[in-house]
Design a protein around this ligand. Sequence first.
Ligand code: TXA
Ligand code: MG
Length: 322
Amino acid sequence: MATIGTSIETAASLLLAGEVVAIPTETVYGLAAVIHSEGAIRKVFSVKNRPFTDPLIVHVKDIEAIRPLVTDFPPLARKLMEAFSPGPLTVLFPKSEEVPDLVTNSSPLVAIRIPRHPVCLALLKRVGVPIAAPSANPFGGISPTKANHVQTGIGDKIPYILDGGQSEVGLESTIVQILAGDKLKVLRKGGISEEELQLFAELVGEEKVTKEFSEPVVPGSMLSHYAPTKPLHFFSEQRIKNSPPDSTGILCFREFVPGFPQQHQRRLSPKGDLVEAARNLFDALHELDELPVGQILSERFPEQGLGKAIQDRLYRASQKRT
Ligand code: TXA
Ligand code: MG
């Protein structure tokens, strides 16, 4: 199994020696490799069992570190980065030669973000080069928000997990692309809500934010994703009535569901706070998946703020794997 520790020095030495290391970020834990180490990047894909066609997000320490990785830094991209970074926003840029094709699946675009987790930022500064990092879970599974989730999922394949505590946001970054006419297209809902992006667009006087989630533009938006091993269904009167209480796990928002044992229920936010619910979502799914139950029933979350990204992850978790 991997060593779990808090040494930035150990993580940095391993990365610089061409190893992969699991790292904390404010969204979810990532499986990191320096972008120029071809062997380490290949290992990232193989550890996750992820196809090379699914490109990786590049993480940098600050806005200046983006410049060498891109051939153009449009003013709107700079404003976006200034508004939301460091933080859970990823922006697509035209990539320069500095970014190996392996990282982007030969796409002319590279996805870049500046994480705000202090341990992650300190590591990026110490390593001094950009780091590619997908979420540190087996491909298609539930993303990790704690070091032990990483250990359970891929711990037997990596040397070190840098422990930064529970991820504060709990949902992956929002991914946006800037289209002609300075339209913002959201490719993946995430830790920055659509309302925040809309407000930003209005403040800088740009076009409205467009949303195009229907097509599988990025593999993270493929239908079956973020999935527990147990089948997950949304609440319906019928399902609640017909589900055996002892072999059903329940994911709920504010209130437990009467008639089901509470030790089989995970409540995301008793006070009804969607930010708190997002933080607890993946941890609750990991825990429910480990209970001796045959299925998980989930409440539907309100489609506002982070509720939209929560509902998006749960919907994908409810889809059958193909
Ligand atoms: O919050 C996050 O973004 C986390 C943490 C670790 O930073 N990372 C993450 O990575 O969620 P991953 O690989 O699990 O999801 C990244 C998504 C994938 O669906 C990928 O297809 C998309 O970003 N992506 C990456 N580079 C891209 C590119 N050049 N063009 C289009 N989509 C891209
Ligand atoms: Mg992922």
